[in-house]
Every structure is written in C-alpha cells, then in structure tokens.
Design a protein around this ligand. Structure first.
Ligand code: NAD
Ligand code: DAU
Length: 356
C-alpha cells in the first residue's frame, strides 16, 4: 500500500491532484498537508473529504518536527510537494515569506523524508519525493523568437522573488538526490487555469471583475505571453510522472498553447458576455491599462516533447473548450468566489491596486 503526503492540497492545483489520487487509487492513503494560508481552502475538496483513504492535516511545511512525526505515523512512502507561496505580485511586496515557505519549507520536507526513509531497513526502495515547480525558473523568452521554447536543458535565470525562491527549492531537491541518493523528480509546468484558482490570478480575477463590471487591470501593454494548461491536465501529468517518471529526471509540462494576455482577456470578455446574455463586446470598456508589474517576464513557452514522447502524456482539452468550461464554472460557483473575495482578501486587493 502506498501512503502519500500531498502538500498544498487545499490550494488550486493541489486540490485537483488530491481529488484525482483519492478517487483513482482507493487503496492508497492520501494525506493532505496544508497550512491553510489565504490561498488554501477546504471548500475545494468538499466532494472527497469523507473518503476513507483521505486525511487532512493542518500543518506548516516549515515545521520539521510535525512533518517528521507525521511521516513516521503514516509510514509515508511518497511525497508530492506543491505547497508554496505562488503569486508573483505578492512576492514583489513580501519576498521573505516566499523564501521561508518555498525554500526553507521545501528543505524541511526533504530533510524529514530523508531522515525517516534512511531509518527504515529498505531505505529508499519504493520511495519517491516529487517536487512540483514552474516554468518561471527558466526566466523569460523573447517574442521575436517564437521558435525558442524552454526545454529541460534551459539554464535557470529567475527574475522575480517568487521564481528565485522556486529555483532555489528545485536546486535543493536535486542536491538531495545527488548528495544522499534520495529518489527525487522535479517537474516544471506552465501557467495553469481552471476551477478553484484563487481570484488574484489573471483568469479568475478577470472573470469575477467582468461579472461585477469592475475594471480589468492589464499590466503594461498586455503584450506579455503565457503558455496555458488546463489544471486537470497538469494533475493527470503528475499522476503519470509520479508512477512512471524516471528518478532524478526533470520533465517540462505544457500544452504548446501560447497566448498574449490581451488576446486571452478579450476571449474571456467574449465568453462571459455570451454566458451572461450580455451583448457581444459589452464589457470591452472595462479594460484598463495600468503600470506594469516590476520585472515582468515577457514570454513563457514550454517544450513538453520529452514528457509526451517518453511517458505518453498529452493535454486532453483544447484551450477554447477549457476556457469556456472555466468561465462557466466561476459563473456557476459565485458563492465559492464570494467567500474568498470578502474580508481580509478584499483589503489586500484594494491595497495592492489602489496605487496602480
Ligand atoms: P496556490 O497558491 O493556489 O496553493 C498553495 C497551497 O499551499 C495553499 O493551499 C496554501 O495554504 C498552501 N501553503 C502555503 N504555504 C504553506 C506552508 N508553509 N505549509 C503548508 N501549506 C502551505 O498555488 P497553486 O497555484 O496551486 O500552485 C501549487 C504549486 O504548483 C506551487 O508549488 C507552484 O509554484 C506550482 N505551479 C503553479 C502553477 C500555476 O499556474 N498556478 C504553474 C506551475 C507550477
Ligand atoms: O508560469 C507558471 C506560473 O504562472 C506559476 O508558477 C505561478 O504560480 C502562477 O501565479 C502564474 O504566474 P503568472 O505571473 O504568469 O500568473 P498571473 O495570473 O499572476 O499573471 C498572468 C499574466 O497576466 C502575467 O503576464 C501578468 C498579467 N496580469 C496579471 C494580473 C493578476 C495582468 O495583466 N493583470 C493582472 O491583474
């Protein structure tokens, strides 16, 4: 029997990974370790919270003693590590929190797994530490060279405190393999979209603002390019890589789906207007160009050929289908959005944007 800790399981991507593993593997024990920061929300997991193979533990990944004790108690054989501070704009305001959680938290997870697994007679056998990372560690690509994508060989060149902290955590994971022989895997994925994403990120924020006819703050000229993947396809890739990926390897995950921000924004406006029965283009006037994000990376684009060729993964959804499904989900789940866009978050949002 496998006993797997999934960290950050109450967040956006983590909740999809927990759901997939709990439903697909009834004979695995899935332990969701999450601190429940502003981004963690147990409402994301309502449909699986009573399953017998699922346990939620509220804990901070930086709390080594608690994590180590939990690994021993649950006879943990695998870790899928997603817990992190994940929003670039927050990292610009508060880099310390990103270093603490993303760097020290990952180190605490690694050291707890190392000490626990080394104490067992079979040691590393049947064990796996899978670290989820981002394409942002590779830096930025040029719009003028669309033929160049991030591959697994691209040198790290992070620009934001967020991506610097993720890059550092990736290095620690690889160092634990190279130094101690820990069976690790790292994946670097492109921008995810879909249900349960916290509405500070572009797509859910803009859907919600359009619905309420609030301004849409487009950074700079809206010409930055991101490579979008439906979150369930990321969770499917994580499942395949956790089970069949090669130890010590890196896999890039992405759907070859690059979009300029302004084009995505227009698509979202069109889709929201259609689904709400508003005249086409009724909300285009909400587009508001604001001061650019500091150090804003121009373009991300992932080459996921290795994953597709070696492990047979490919995205299941075309973007047009995925975006309509996503807009529909947010419009149908207004209560979920209302619960997190009130109180503390509302204050943060106002502070963040009043000076832009
Ligand atoms: P998220 O912000 O939605 O969720 C993060 C989760 O981690 C939350 O549930 C939060 O409560 C938890 N958490 C934060 N600090 C913690 C701590 N100290 N201890 C325990 N739990 C803590 O993030 P997400 O968008 O779901 O991203 C998940 C992971 O995937 C991150 O590692 C991120 O870097 C990576 N990633 C994200 C994307 C994306 O587009 N969102 C793309 C590629 C990689
Ligand atoms: O590439 C993977 C990364 O994607 C993940 O590692 C991060 O955790 C995740 O947050 C995401 O980072 P981005 O910075 O690309 O995502 P965000 O949704 O914040 O912004 C997407 C683009 O939209 C980016 O070019 C900035 C722009 N933007 C964003 C917001 C929130 C705006 O123009 N206006 C906005 O209000």
């Amino acid at each position: 029997m496998k006993s797997i800790i999934i960290t950050g399981g109450a967040g956006f991507i983590g909740s999809h990974v927990v759901r997939l593993f709990v439903n697909k593997y009834p004979d695995y024990r899935i332990i969701n370790v999450d601190k429940l920061t502003y981004a963690g929300n147990l409402a994301n997991l309502k449909d699986i919270e009573d399953k017998p193979n699922y346990r939620f533990v509220r804990a901070d990944i930086c709390d080594f003693d608690t994590i180590f004790a939990l690994m021993k108690e649950e006879h943990v054989t695998g870790v899928i590590h997603l817990a992190a501070e994940s929003h670039v704009d927050r990292s610009i305001k508060d880099p310390f929190t990103f270093a603490r959680t993303n760097v020290m938290g990952t180190l605490s997870m690694l050291q707890a797994a190392k000490l626990y697994w080394e104490s067992l007679p079979e040691k590393w056998e049947g064990k796996r530490f899978y670290h989820i990372s981002t394409d942002e560690v590779y830096g930025a690509l040029e719009i003028e060279h669309p033929e160049i994508l991030f591959t697994e060989q691209t040198k790290y060149n992070p620009h934001s405190p967020y991506s610097a902290s993720k890059a550092s955590s990736d290095h620690f994971v690889r160092a634990f393999h190279d130094t101690y022989g820990m069976p690790t895997i790292v994946t670097n994925c492109s921008n995810n979209y879909g249900p349960y994403q916290f509405p500070e990120k572009l797509i859910p924020l803009f859907i919600n603002n359009i619905r309420h006819r609030k301004p849409l703050p487009v950074y700079g000229k809206g010409e930055n390019v991101r490579d979008w993947l439906y979150v369930v396809d990321h969770a499917r890739a994580i499942d395949i890589i956790f089970h069949n990926g090669k130890i010590a390897e890196t896999y890039n995950i992405g759907g070859f789906n690059e979009w300029k921000n302004i084009d995505i924004i227009k698509t979202i406006i069109k889709t929201v207007d259609k689904l709400l029965g508003r005249p086409e283009g009724a909300d285009l006037d909400l587009i508001t160009y604001v001061t650019d994000r500091a150090g804003h990376d121009m373009r991300y684009a992932i080459d996921s050929t290795k994953l597709q060729r070696e492990l047979g993964w490919e995205p299941s959804l075309q973007f047009e289908e995925g975006i309509e499904k996503t807009v529909r989900w947010y419009l149908d789940n207004q209560e979920w959005l209302d619960n997190i866009t009130s109180g503390e978050y509302e204050k943060y949002y106002d502070d963040m944007y009043k000076n832009r």
